[in-house]
Design a protein around this ligand. Sequence first.
Ligand code: FAD
Length: 388
Amino acid sequence: MNSIHTDVAIFGGGIAGLWSLATLRQTGYRAMLFERNVLGGGQSIASQGIIHGGTKYALTGNLTDSSQAIAQMPAVWRACLQGQGAVDLSAVQILSNHQYLWTSASLTSNLAGFFASKVMRSRIRQIPRAEFPEPFNHSGFRGDLYRLEEPVLNTATLIQALATPYLAYCRQLSATHFQRQDNHWLIHLPSGQTLQANHLLLTAGSGNAELLTQLGHSQPAMQRRPLHMIMVKGDLPPLYAHCLGAGALPKLTITSDITPDNQTVWYVGGKVAEASVECSADQQMMTAQKTLQDTLPWLNLTQAEWGVFTIYRAEPRMPNNQRPSDCFIHQQDQIITAWPTKLALAPRLADKLLEYLPPPGEHPPEIPVQLPTPPMAQQPWYGNIPWS
Ligand SMILES: Cc1cc2nc3c(=O)[nH]c(=O)nc-3n(C[C@H](O)[C@H](O)[C@H](O)COP(=O)(O)OP(=O)(O)OC[C@H]3O[C@@H](n4cnc5c(N)ncnc54)[C@H](O)[C@@H]3O)c2cc1C
């Protein structure tokens, strides 16, 4: 049998595609996911794995649109992590159940009002000096430390936990040929099979623009924001923390992983990773080195190895390149284009997706697609990064 029918053909196996696949299949839809490369291999594996509840976005002292859309997300994820939510994430490694926010001595006074505000008091707890963890338990640290109850996840185990139950419906497909016929889409597969899809779901991150062009559409427009993420490997304490600077964005956001040879990798984002056109990845790494050394001067980083990795955040285009405050879905010609805009918003995106589809119907047993299963991604520091 050369013709296969499906309700939704998903393109892109990052967090958005995988969470959507799980949701659609659990709701009774026929859904297939096609990944060009490796599952999770775009932004999702490279993300810092922080399940934000919006506090980071309230750093100006106000609850913005961003923080309200995302406020429920830690609770939604915690239920899944406990095996009691919409998808079972009980196999995901929780790297930390909380993050720290720290301020330098000079900033503390400026931010005193912000930390005293009602909204912040309900979200964060100030840590007494006697309880400071490493690397803040040093006489050289003069700032303040706060604890924020938002989890940080190992992104490789997240991709594995989401994909594993649905691997039979995930296939590797490097190039796609679409054809519109009547009220559905035909996809001619290299296996010689033809897939007839009622809807296409584009969750290809940066790849969405190319897929839309192939499908003859220029909308919705996409923006890509480059980041030069810094990696520091060595004998370091595991750290999940944001260093607050003067602006709305943390100066540094550090998450950690322990390698099999028992070294810690600090994965450093935040303002220091926001790439500018004028600044090369190497220049950016030097700036990050200086910022880290200035911020935690008692830490000896002379033996540490350094790496840098460039990745783009893909989002719907916003006026003045602003950051979107919520997940995004757009539909035309039975093509649904989606960007979660944050890992944390993937469950919200998948729930909203159901509003764009007719209810699932009865269908005969599905015929397997004869293409390879895509492998799963590993974090950037396990790839071919030159360390210096
Ligand atoms: C450095 C960094 C740190 C981040 N940290 C956080 C964080 O801590 N918390 C948070 O909430 N968010 C974070 N984010 C944002 C979050 O990672 C993204 O919003 C989210 O992962 C996007 O998921 P996605 O599935 O849309 O895209 P992606 O993860 O990019 O997945 C897209 C997939 O589509 C595939 N693909 C591309 N083209 C095609 C095609 N033609 N056919 C088939 N497949 C295709 C790609 O290979 C890829 O696997 C971070 C982002 C970055 C870059």
